[in-house]
Each structure stands twice: as C-alpha cells, then as structure tokens.
Design a binder for this molecule. Sequence first.
Ligand code: ATP
Ligand code: MG
Length: 466
Amino acid sequence: MDKENKEWAGENVWKNGDGILESKKPVRLPEAVGEIIRRLGRAGFEAYAVGGCVRDSLLGRTPSDWDITTSARPEEVKRLFERTVDTGLVHGTVTVLWRGSGYEVTTYRVDGEYEDGRHPKEVSFTGELGEDLRRRDFTINAMAYNEERGLVDVFGGQEDLKRGVIRCVGDPDERFGEDALRIMRAVRFSAQLGFSIEKKTREAMRGHAVYLEKVSAERIQVELTKLVTSPHPDYLRIAWETGITRIILPEFDRLMELPQNNPHHCYCVGEHTLHAMKAAPADKCLRLAMLYHDFGKAECHTRDERGIDHFYGHAKAGSEIARRVQRRLRYDNETTDRVCALVYWHDYRIEPDIRAVRRAISRVGPKLFPFLMQVKRADLEAQSDYQRQEKSDWLLQLEELAHRIEAQGDCLTLKELAVDGRDLMEAGRKPGPGLGRTLQMLLEMVLEEPSRNTKEYLLANLPKET
Ligand code: ATP
Ligand code: MG
C-alpha cells in the first residue's frame, strides 16, 4: 500500500449482530450531504453517502464528489427538494442542487446486464441497502455511511483498504461478465491507490479482457485517463499482463516485444514507455504524450551492421499513430492536437544556441515549448545511464536559453512581427500567398536577430518576391 494510505482512519470498528462491520464516525460528511441525508431520513427514507466518497474518506483523502444512495424513489426525492435536475431518472438518479453544488442522489437499485453505454440496460429499484451495495464493483467501493448507522461494510471493504487490495464484490467472473469495463476500473483503482489486485479478481480479468471490445470507447477513455494521470501510470503494465491493452491499445503490446539494442537504452520500448510516463508530471497531455511518444518505433525499426537498433522517423510516425488512437478513444480535438504535437517534436534535437532555441520555440509554439521540455526530461530519465549527465546538462541549457528569450520578450510568432500583410501591400507587394511566404522569411530574419523587428528595418530589407 502507498505510504500516504497507511494512515488508517476507521479506528472504532466492530461487528454487529448481522456480522456487518460498522464503525461510528470514520467519515466526515460535508454539511450539505448531511442535510440532504437528514431530510430524506425525516421523510421516512434511508439515505447514505456511498462508494468513492466513503472509500476516500477512510483513506484520509478528500473525496472529489459525494454520491448519496437512498430508499426513496426519484419522484419522492424530487418532491422533497426545491431544486433538482433529472440526471438519469430511469437509472434512479436525481441531482439535488444545494447552495451552488450538485449532489447525485440515486435510488437503491439492482442492475441488469450492462450494455455498450454508460449505464446498465435495465435496473430495478429495491428497498434494501445490501442489494444496492452488492451491485457495486469492488469491496472498497461498496461501503455506505450515515451519521445514524455509521459505516456499513458488508463485503470487507475496510479490510481490503487496510491491506491495499482490489477485490470484486462477489464472484469476479460474474461481475466482469456483467460489465467488462470493471476490468479496466480494477487497474485504474490499483494505479490510483497503489493497491494490488487480489488473485481471483486478477485471473477473472484475464479471462474477460476480450469483452472490452464491446465496451464503448468513451467509457474506456475515462478509465484510461484516470490510469495515466494516477500516481502509478506504469501500472499500465498490469493492463498489458492481463490482456487489456491487447484489446484497447494493441499498439502498446507491440512495444513490449520491441528490444532496443542501443547504448542510450536499457529497456525494451514498452518498459521505457512505462518508465517515461512515470517520470512525467501527472498532467493528462504530458502523460498521454509519453504513452505514445515511441509508438512509431515499431514501424521505423532498423538494425545496422554492428547490431545497433535505430528508429529514424519514429517521432513523425508516432504522432500519426497517436492521432489514430486518440480518435478511436474519442478524445477531444484540443487534447489530441497537443498530445500529437508533443509526440511529433519529442525527438527534436535543438542546439544549445540562442538562435536555434528561438527558432525551436517559434516552430513548436511558445505555449507548448515548456511542455516539450518536460517530455524530453521524462524521456531522458527513462533511458540508460549512457551520456545521462550530458543530456541532462543540455536540457538545462535549453531551458535557461528559453527563459532568457522569454524575459527579453523576443518576437517568436508572425503575430508579434512588426509588419503584417497590409504593410507589405502598402509597400507595393501584390496580395496572394506570396505575402505569407514573405512574412515567414521576415520572421526567420527576426528570429536570427530580434533587434531587426522594426517596421523600418524590415521594410528596408524585404526579401525578393517569390
Ligand atoms: P472516482 O473518485 O474516480 O469518482 P468512484 O469510486 O466515485 O471514483 P465512480 O465511477 O464515480 O467511481 O462511481 C461511483 C460508485 O459507483 C463506485 O464507487 C462504485 O460503487 C459504483 N460503480 C461505478 N461504476 C461501476 C461499475 N461499472 N460497476 C459497478 N459499480 C460501479
Ligand atoms: Mg465518483
């Protein structure tokens, strides 16, 4: 288990007559959640905080959102609260708006089989909390809490939290058979919490991984993003070992079989990728860029007469593969463009010279450039020790030059150029695509020497028309 998870909050735990583990005050409910639960209680219904918020509270983490489960039907919830949104009435979910925030209140339910969507095909409501907890994926996610009854833990969730184990509620084969996405969720929770996956659960994952084919790309994307931005993105290895990536990311499996006989590397491409992800800050675009950065190596592999492997052109090839994968997983265009640009430029060899760095920033884009430096650093950290110091010094030099360029406020883009198309036409140039080419040449002149960025200088030194 992670160091930060060692702190155990649920101290006063005992077993009641039903063998249900209960504990009085391990969870501190936010005021709004407490009030919603109490109001439901006064109206004669049961209501509990449930799932992720209970798990995170027990781990001493701040929950990202609070879900409430209740014996009240959606109509009854709507009647009790002034402002509600019909989030998913057929699935029993009503969002209660309370002082500017929304809280999902869901009726106790028993799920049917899941379809290729975000929700099960059919659900039926039940009056039993136990039934509702039974439909949940993992023991650590199947606990409920309210102030009156304390913690309700029917499946040993606290014990699994203590031991750092992801384990299915009930029979793993059945649970993964109902919804294959749970296989990916097992890996992402394990990566988020630094937990191991219990043996039977893990074996069942391997058996059901192929059914991820039937799960929608949108749902897979959510889990993949949570996995790669977690404290353990390298747990993607578990997804590989259990046959998950073979279905959702076969491009990665090829890398796990691709050695690199090259002094710069000590891992196969796949292992290098896992280490590189871990070495990058936990930002979505950076981590995805590290995931894809060497995807082009599989198709660009050559071996020279000395037996050394080379991967010429792999950055460009990788950015094209990355775009296909991002489309397949239905990522938004903005994320995809940034990620693919980072993959495209990741191997850009920039001379530690202020002119070269200015040109590089201009080409890559001033906003993206600092991210590119982080990509390069993460890439380097996942390589062998060969020339490590030199490569690290080189990156530091680039960063220092980039800072200096920024501090000087040097012109780096066409927008900042002292002349524009209109100025060129006033100076007698014909409208048309030639204008753009001329502006680009002027920018190159300014990147060489920033003091040239004045109208007088540039108009006096216009390049020949092309
Ligand atoms: P996060 O912190 O990422 O939101 P979470 O545990 O709250 O983690 P959600 O996806 O928000 O995860 O789901 C809320 C709860 O609903 C889970 O804790 C779990 O009890 C249940 N749940 C969600 N998805 C599934 C699923 N596919 N199968 C079974 N139970 C699920
Ligand atoms: Mg949640």
